[in-house]
Design a protein around this ligand. Structure first.
Ligand SMILES: Nc1nc2c(ncn2[C@@H]2O[C@H](COP(=O)(O)OP(=O)(O)OP(=O)(O)O)[C@@H](O)[C@H]2O)c(=O)[nH]1
Ligand SMILES: [Mg+2]
Length: 226
């Protein structure tokens, strides 16, 4: 296990926990979920590149048996190594973000305590199915990432991620013509299931493709602070 990764039983001393209630500067905690391969890690990397000069950021990744996503982000040097931590869930991804959040919450709190000035904490879930959603005890807001290559009927199928996530991202729009997916249909099906909650199409071939998501996060932080 790399030196900055956190085993399940490594809990913070209670006295070291930040007193969130006493500070309106607590980091915004953003969960990023969605099916396997939809582009979650790519989105995390792009968000770090776009926001790291204006915000103090840390990242927690979840993989079942490895620290693959954290390793990839460290290798890409999207943030200093010590700001990226992998949680090896050893169980279904949704269990670790919804049912038993202790390992993830521990990782988040350790990072925020260590760096002190954190504005934004990103928590990437392991890839899962349409039922996966984060506990509100772990994150403040959540983003669900679908992609055009997963089939353009997925938004119509709904589920809590599609319907309830604070932001729905429909990624890999650059691939839509090659896989026969209709992006407009995906967007309208998604909007039908989401009332007024936002949906944004992205292509993350280039980091700038994540700008609409970065803008949404910046607005969330501004709203919280005001
Ligand atoms: N063409 C294209 N490829 C993309 C885009 N976004 C991500 N990819 C590629 O899709 C693959 C999967 O991306 P990841 O970011 O690893 O996906 P993930 O959701 O983190 O995957 P898991 O963590 O394994 O569930 C990689 O090869 C990315 O380079 C995109 O917008 N367009
Ligand atoms: Mg990933």
């Amino acid at each position: 296990m790399p030196p900055h990764d956190i085993p399940h039983d490594n809990f913070l001393n209670e006295s070291a926990r930040p007193d969130a209630a006493s500070s309106n500067r607590r980091a915004l905690r953003v969960g990023i979920g969605g099916p396997v391969g939809s582009g979650k890690t790519t989105l995390v990397g792009s968000l770090c590149a776009l926001l790291r000069d204006s915000l103090s950021m840390v990242v927690v990744t979840n993989d079942i048996f490895t620290s693959e996503d954290a390793d990839a982000l460290r290798e890409a040097a999207v943030l200093p190594t010590e700001r990226i931590v992998a949680v090896e869930t050893g169980c279904c991804p949704h269990t670790a973000i919804r049912d038993d959040i202790a390992a993830n919450l521990d990782a988040v709190e350790q990072l925020e305590t260590l760096h002190g000035d954190v504005d934004l904490t990103l928590v990437e879930s392991g890839g899962d199915n349409l039922t996966a959603i984060f506990s509100r005890g772990l994150v403040d807001v959540q983003i669900f990432v679908l992609d055009t290559a997963g089939g353009d009927d997925v938004p119509r199928k709904g589920g809590p991620g599609v319907a309830m996530a604070d932001l729905l991202v429909i990624n890999k729009v650059d691939l839509a013509p090659h896989v026969g997916s209709d992006v407009d249909r995906m967007l309208s099906d998604a909007r039908e299931r989401r009332d007024d909650r936002p949906v944004t199409p992205t292509s993350l071939v280039d980091q700038s493709g994540a700008q609409p998501v970065a803008d949404w996060i910046t607005a969330q932080i501004a709203t919280r602070r005001s």
